[in-house]
Ligand binder design. Structure first.
Ligand code: AMP
Length: 207
């Protein structure tokens, strides 16, 4: 299985790159932001509670998003791998993800972080807000709060993966295809180093 965490602040391009990656590698896209917005659209109690926090640019409690990811893993037993977008956003979420992956007999292969400076993020999100219909994309104060929340609560997740030698950072500014090529380069490198099948693993190749 190929399980990738695509990381970076809001507006870094995770959603855009995820769409290309799921096609290229035949992965299931799991975006906690999308899963939460689906709950809001369905008008569930969870969605109503989450909406208040999301509209303010604040994080939804860990147990809520961890529960959603756990369910999504259960409902995709045939997946050949997952791309996690917008999750994990806290170290507690990263630890839970490791436990969930282990329970499914798999693990996170690598984490790829797209780096983009705040002014560019604000510009991109305000532009997206013109068509995305997302309240959190339409107000500069909320956008800047999301970036602050990323810097204070989420950025440390990079360290969690760095200690596992799984962290890779890329410049998220530039042509979409160029960034996609670099992400694929990292994933291919990772796959070449880690054989997919148990047979290959017993042939003396590093697992
Ligand atoms: P996104 O679509 O990833 O930009 O997420 C939109 C909003 O959903 C965030 O600002 C948070 O309020 C909430 N959210 C999404 N993913 C998570 C997560 N992993 N942990 C906590 N809150 C999240």
């Amino acid at each position: 299985m190929l399980n990738i965490v695509l990381f970076g602040p809001p507006g870094a391009g995770k959603g855009t790159q995820s769409q290309k990656l799921i096609t290229h590698y035949n992965l299931v896209h799991l975006s906690t932001g999308d899963l939460l917005r689906a709950q809001i659209t369905q008008g569930t109690e969870l969605g109503l509670k989450a909406k208040k926090l999301m509209d303010e640019g604040l994080l939804v409690p860990d147990d809520v998003v961890i529960g959603m990811i756990g369910s999504a893993l259960e409902t995709n037993p045939q997946a050949s791998g997952f791309i996690f977008d917008g999750f994990p956003r806290t170290v507690a979420q990263a630890e839970s993800l490791d436990r969930l992956m282990a329970a499914h007999g798999t693990h996170i292969g690598c984490m790829i972080a797209l780096e983009v400076q705040e002014e560019e993020l604000v510009k991109r999100l305000l532009e997206r807000g013109k068509t995305s219909n997302r309240p959190d994309d339409q107000d500069e104060t909320k956008i800047r709060r999301r970036v602050t929340v990323y810097n204070t609560e989420t950025a440390q997740v990079a360290g969690y993966y760095a200690t596992q030698q799984k962290f890779h950072a890329l410049n998220g500014i530039g042509p979409i295809e160029g960034i996609f090529g670099q992400i694929c380069g990292l994933i291919d490198q990772h796959q070449a180093a880690v054989p997919e099948t148990p047979a290959a693993a017993t042939n003396g190749v590093k697992a």
